[in-house]
Design a binder for this molecule. Structure first.
Ligand code: PLP
Length: 453
């Protein structure tokens, strides 16, 4: 299978190259030239475990990875999950929750980042040698990325986080990882400073090349492809088409659901659930994509205004017309707003809605009262959004984080201390390592130059 850039400025590349590139050299995102149609395979896949299904789905996209190698990568990736069935579907009367948070850092990003780590290692062994991964995090992505690559011989990871501005648990999930290849860089500044630093370092192409810098952010194709698997897996647990409610910010998770549908998986609707940062919800209401000011909410991993994966959707929406896409992006970057002729209708596949803070708290509280079940604030946004619509198909809400990752919001909503996880409380007594650096490009580059292998 060959991969092209959404912006049309790159010769097609293989899966291996797509994974290492992350982003296309022309600034676009990578997508397969054609999507496979799996509708005839589905019946045969019904009884498969998540791991075996992942093999069947991912091999369609990763046709230059040896089958035995892919099996091994998936086995190792999902062995890090705390439960036998990797991503259990929990069912109550009227509520279906797909728990995606049983990986090492208790968030859904582990599902894909565990696989990405294994793919990186395998691909590097065969060719390039080494990769120095550079990332910026406001908390959650950093620890999941670290968990994906810790201890791997061909990779070093450097994570910039705003020192003192993440939660204590988020910091400990990074700094208690003592493997030699893990570098936690506490930046004396904000998350925006960290992102700016990362962008300008990646922008220095000579530096990037000299130190083989790579990224693990949410636009890496291997992450999207792994996320497709759980839509297939959950849909096959039902005998009728299902809908999903997906808490989203970067349009990553929900885009994977759109691809699953496009590949023939029986999905009725996708409820796109945002918090108060509702740029995506507004787009699917009006066809207008307009930047707003980032609001800080109880679901911080969705406090995003410009959704990095949305470009892939737009490219497909424009019938793979890169010129139209580039024009749209140009207008958006100049004017902070751009429009397509999207018309919302009764049977639109995407149903988008934004959930406020009170309703998020209320949903945590009532779900606990009704089912004795604890939602984290991100998952609660999805459950609240789903409850607004009467779809006529079973709805599966994706649970993207364990409640213990956001104990303050959860405990406050429920009124007692219920959100704990031994894996997190154990971190408090463990040794840590981090390096403090000023929010200064030269300082970070010096650190990289000295420590990159
Ligand atoms: C990253 C994240 C999300 C949003 O993921 P998208 O890729 O934007 O859909 C939702 N919930 C949690 C807990 C996350 O960490």
């Amino acid at each position: 299978m060959r991969y092209v850039s959404t912006r049309g400025g790159m010769d097609p590349v293989t899966f291996r190259d797509a994974v290492i590139l992350g982003q296309a050299p022309d600034g676009g995102l990578l997508l397969p030239e054609v999507l496979p149609d799996v509708s005839k395979e589905l019946e045969g896949w019904r009884q498969l475990s998540f791991e075996d299904l992942a093999f069947e789905v991912i091999r369609l996209f990763a046709d230059d990875i040896d089958d035995a190698v892919l099996k091994k990568i998936l086995k190792e990736a999902f062995a890090t999950f705390a439960v036998e069935d990797t991503i259990p579907l929990v069912q109550f009367d009227g509520l279906n929750v797909l728990e995606l948070f049983h990986g090492p850092t208790l968030a859904f990003k582990d599902v894909a980042l565990q696989v990405l780590g294994g793919l990186f290692e395998h691909i590097l062994e065969g060719s390039l040698g080494r990769l120095n991964v550079l990332g910026a995090t406001s908390g959650d992505t950093g620890s999941a990325a670290i968990a994906g690559v810790r201890g791997r011989p061909n990779i070093d990871i450097f994570v910039l986080f705003p020192d003192g501005r993440t939660s204590l648990m988020q910091e400990l999930q990074m700094t208690t990882v003592l493997d030699d290849n893990v570098h936690c860089l506490g930046i004396e500044g904000t998350f925006d400073d960290c992102q700016e630093l990362m962008k300008s370092i990646f922008g220095d192409l000579a530096f990037k090349e000299k130190y083989s810098l790579g990224a693990v952010n949410s636009v890496n194709w291997a992450r999207v492809v792994t996320q497709i698997v759980y839509y297939v897996y959950a849909a096959l647990k039902f005998n009728v088409p299902v809908s999903f409610s997906v808490p989203t910010g970067n349009f990553g998770n929900v885009f994977a659901g759109y691809l699953a549908k496009s590949m023939g998986v029986p999905i009725d609707r996708l409820v796109l659930a945002t918090n108060e940062n509702d740029i995506l919800a507004r787009f699917f209401e009006t066809g207008r994509y307009t930047r707003g000011v980032v609001q800080h909410t109880l679901s911080p991993s969705m406090d995003i205004q410009v959704a990095s994966n949305f470009e892939r959707f737009l490219y497909l929406y424009f019938g793979r017309d890169s010129e139209r896409l580039i024009e749209f992006l140009g207008t958006f970057s100049e004017q902070g707003s751009a429009e397509v002729d999207y018309v919302k209708s009764e049977d639109s596949f995407f149903i988008a809605t934004s959930v406020g803070e009170e309703e998020t708290r209320g949903t945590i509280k009532t779900t606990y009262a009704s089912y004795d079940y604890i939602l984290d604030p991100h998952s609660a946004v999805g459950v609240a959004a789903a409850s607004r619509f009467d779809l006529g198909s079973p709805v599966i809400s994706l649970a993207t984080a364990h409640p213990a990752k956001f104990p303050d919001a959860v405990n406050e909503a429920i009124g007692k201390d219920v959100a704990t996880h031994s894996r997190l409380t154990n971190l408090i007594s463990q040794p840590t390592r981090k390096t403090l650096l000023p929010a200064d490009e030269e300082a970070v580059k010096n650190y990289l130059a000295t420590n990159a292998r």
